[in-house]
Design a protein around this ligand. Sequence first.
Ligand SMILES: NC(=O)c1ccc[n+]([C@@H]2O[C@H](COP(=O)([O-])OP(=O)(O)OC[C@H]3O[C@@H](n4cnc5c(N)ncnc54)[C@H](OP(=O)(O)O)[C@@H]3O)[C@@H](O)[C@H]2O)c1
Length: 368
Amino acid sequence: MSMEFYTLGNSGLKVTRLALGTMTFGTEWGWGADKDAAWAIFNAYVDAGGNFFDTADAYTDGTSETWLGEFIAERGLRDDAVIATKFTMNLTARTPNSAGNGRKNILRAVEGSLKRLNTDHIDLYLLHCWDRLTPPEEVMRTFDDLVRSGKVRHVGLSDVPAWYASRAQAVAEHRGYEPISVLQLEYSLAERNIENEFVPFGTRYGAGIMAWSPLASGLLSGKYRPSGKGEISGRLETLRGSTNPGFQKFNERNWAIVAALEKVASELGRSMAQVAVNWVTTQPGIASIIVGATRLEQLRDNLGALDFVIPAELRRRLDDVSALQPTFPYSFFGPEIQGSLTGGQTVGGKPAGYYPDLNISGSFAGVS
Ligand SMILES: NC(=O)c1ccc[n+]([C@@H]2O[C@H](COP(=O)([O-])OP(=O)(O)OC[C@H]3O[C@@H](n4cnc5c(N)ncnc54)[C@H](OP(=O)(O)O)[C@@H]3O)[C@@H](O)[C@H]2O)c1
């Protein structure tokens, strides 16, 4: 495995491209790994050179954070490990202020995470999901207080609207608060919607995108079949009928993607999971990819995802089958409309290396 280090967004923190997701550490939710399996997965990741761990206060009712803290201590890795954890979703909350993104809950949640992780600081603290209520000013000021107090090193946002992230970053910039270093969002061949807003936002304003569910919760490993109900065990089978939008993956569009991916993987002599993770990692604006596993063999498979290049013709097939449908207003940013905004002249945008997608004389992502 190639474990290159990258900086976390515009910060000076160095992280490996593949982060280890620990949402599967613990059996509380019915589809995770027991402690022995989680320990084996953790060790395989560390031994391969990985340094970036993702968890959340809500995962497996706190077991994920607790085991991660224990494992890091057991290997004596606290100084080397980069720990990301999140607040918002307190699944045992019984009162309105013991969940969500208000200052009162953030300050409650951070103490619980520090305790379970058995550490005095969190390297990357993330808002887990927009609560539709708390203004970005309150979140960014609270984040900044936590950084200044030494409890948190860097901050990020997960699962928020792009306008909210943009406002939060502008508030941080203009008020001198700690800026957002990371946007953590779902991204895979089966879920490409972040390309419209978040990739341009992240690349312009210094937030690295950390992609979650690169295998669409296991769908892109190829283990599920359109007619395969009940034939295979796995998270998506266990959660059939779930109302969580992240777990609703069985549909015609995704079966077409799985079929194309299967052919490409076979031509490359690679597993479908490796090709799917490789594709995400090499997409524009993607900084880190969070791989998850319930079994050691799965993690070993996924750790081999960066050892090869997907040739252009095979990549085009994957791009085409999974392409976003042009929707408004993005349909107005292609050459058909934009060409009329430059007096008929070719305007090359910035020199090489600056925002390449701004080159309005060329073709646009998703619009040819
Ligand atoms: N910010 C957020 O809202 C958010 C949301 C979700 C996840 N996350 C983070 O992202 C991490 C990764 O997400 P994810 O677990 O959904 O990622 P994923 O890569 O889409 O799915 C991982 C699951 O797919 C199956 N799998 C993985 N590798 C496989 C292989 N090689 N062959 C066959 N099956 C394989 C396993 O599940 P089965 O064995 O059950 O099939 C595994 O648990 C999480 O641990 C968490 O840290 C963040």
